[in-house]
Design a protein around this ligand. Sequence first.
Ligand SMILES: [Fe+2]
Length: 194
Amino acid sequence: MNLQTLFPTPFVQIENPYLAARVRPLINTILDDPQYHSSIMNYTSTFDPMNKIEDQIELAQPLVSMKEYLFDLGVAFLNQAGYQTDLMQLGCELHFNRINQGQSHQKHLHSGNIVASGTFYVDFPTGSSPLVLHDPRLHREMVSYPMRVTEWSKRRHYTELRTGSICIMEGYLQHEVETNSTNGRTVVLFNLVN
Ligand SMILES: [Fe+2]
């Protein structure tokens, strides 16, 4: 019997280590400054929806160019997935995160007006904890049958990341970062909002 795959979940991973090297020092300077640390997060992060980093500082030109590049990738992703982006009013919000040894980010999704979410790994030391994506089908949260892992039964996907990796997915897709064992795992989070 040939099983068909219905309702696939779009996800893309792109590599740009050159851009990561260019923006990494600028992002480290921001993350090294405690005045930009969000009290919401339990690791070093600028994430604060009520007080965005872009409202606090004027981004240096390489970061502005990076934002345009990431936004364009996000729009292309949504386009390919079928969104009529020319009829939408899309914007992009940036946040910077650094997860050190022993830190993690529990399973969550990006709700509200967030259409797509991207992560750009500007520093991903060897052995860092990857982005883990969870099967978005709701019944996976509720029932558990004895199953072997197939394309259809797999519940989570472990990404294979390196410095320069860029991941983009739709906002509803649950994801997490399990306990990290390195220092300096540094990410640009870019949310495409409508
Ligand atoms: Fe997230």
